[in-house]
Design a protein around this ligand. Structure first.
Ligand SMILES: *Cc1c(COP(=O)(O)O)cnc(C)c1O
Length: 352
């Protein structure tokens, strides 16, 4: 069975050997304050920095999940609350979590088939933080770089936080256009779930220090301080950090990889457009994500039935997410998927 679920998804082919090597090496029995752990952590961080082309000035910290990042950002980077721009279930969920921590957080939803209209935003304050979801995994949209730059230009004094869970390591990110980027590893990185990655700009580091929120084990100031010497505030998921280092080291740079995924997504979208029994949920190419493609069956066969047929043919497809539920299914186009597997899936869809 090949998983095209948009997370957890197909594991990177390097994971099996890397897991065995981790056990062999003894690292999983070593204390996390040891030099051995620091070395593993440093290797993972520098491989990530190199392959994803993360600027030197941006710091990397590890969390347990992207959901944890949502809370850390609200707790450690806002006093009153941020402005959340969203067009789907994950962005909205982030807003709801942030609201619990900062009740004055403001949400603004926009149509997922349109580029965000910044003039339409009626925020009651100059936001201290603007939050957006780069690749909205629930509907398969991506905020284009032009919109990201426009947001930066409209809010020059705000920090910008970006949920890049299903785009980091699959799409070339314009790091400098935002201040906090985060992802978890079970999407484009092709690892088992259980690790989050946060990438933080110098401005966000300064703001964290200025706010001085030190009340939690995962207060960002505390995490940043520890990570300066490749340490964490709690016993980390050493296996995942090891796997991350191994897997990312074996990958192409994002400059080489992103166009390959983009091309595959274009081919798949072109196919869906041609097929009589399917349509793309996101018709507007300008806002379509290359890593998650949401499809709506238009014929007599329901999305549920199609997923069942796909399973029998050896393909695990993603369920529709949130309010899109039963009407759609989702296909992940992640780096762990091969061209051959994408072609086989295309043939299956053509036969339906
Ligand atoms: C999967 C996903 C999350 C949640 O990630 P966890 O690791 O489960 O916390 C958040 N945002 C987006 C866009 C996602 O795709």
């Amino acid at each position: 069975m090949i998983s095209f679920y948009p997370g957890p998804s197909k594991l990177d082919p390097a994971v099996g050997q890397a897991m065995a090597d981790a056990v062999q090496s003894g690292i999983l029995s070593v204390n996390h304050r040891s030099e051995e752990f620091v070395e593993v952590c440093q290797k993972a961080v520098s491989a990530l920095r190199e392959k994803l082309e993360i600027p030197e000035s941006y710091q990397i910290v590890f969390t347990s999940s992207a959901t944890e990042c949502w809370e850390i950002i609200a707790q450690s980077l806002t006093e009153k609350g941020g402005l959340h721009l969203y067009n789907g279930a994950f962005g909205e969920k982030w807003f709801r979590y942030a609201q619990k921590i900062r009740p004055s957080s403001v949400g603004h939803s926009f149509d997922f088939n349109q580029q965000i209209d910044l003039n339409g935003i009626r925020a009651p304050f100059q936001p201290e933080l603007v939050c957006l979801t780069h690749s909205e995994t629930s509907n398969g949209t991506l905020v284009p770089n032009s919109s990201m730059s426009a947001i930066r230009a409209k809010y020059p004094d705000s920090l910008i936080a970006v949920d890049a869970v299903s785009s980091m390591a699959g799409v070339q990110l314009a790091w400098e256009v935002a201040d906090i980027w985060f992802a978890s590893v079970q999407k484009c990185l092709g690892l088992p779930a259980g690790l989050g990655i946060m990438v933080i700009s110098p401005s966000a580091i300064s703001k964290t220090k200025a706010l001085g929120e030190w009340d939690h084990y995962n207060s960002l100031a505390f995490m940043i301080e520890k990570m300066e010497v490749c340490q964490t505030t709690y016993t980390p998921n050493v296996l995942e950090i090891w796997l991350l280092g191994q897997v990312i080291k074996a990958r192409m740079s994002i400059t080489e990889l992103a166009p390959i995924l983009e091309k595959r997504a274009e081919n798949l979208r072109a196919l869906i457009r041609r097929l009589p029994n399917f349509e793309l949920l996101v018709e507007n190419q300008a806002v379509a994500s290359p890593t998650v493609i949401a499809v709506r069956p238009t014929g007599e066969v329901s999305a549920t039935e199609l997923r069942q047929r796909a399973k029998e043919a050896g393909f695990l497809l993603g369920k529709g997410y949130g309010t899109l539920g039963e009407g759609t299914f989702r296909i992940a186009n992640f780096p762990a998927h091969t061209d051959r597997e994408m072609k086989d899936l295309a043939e299956f869809l053509e036969s339906q």
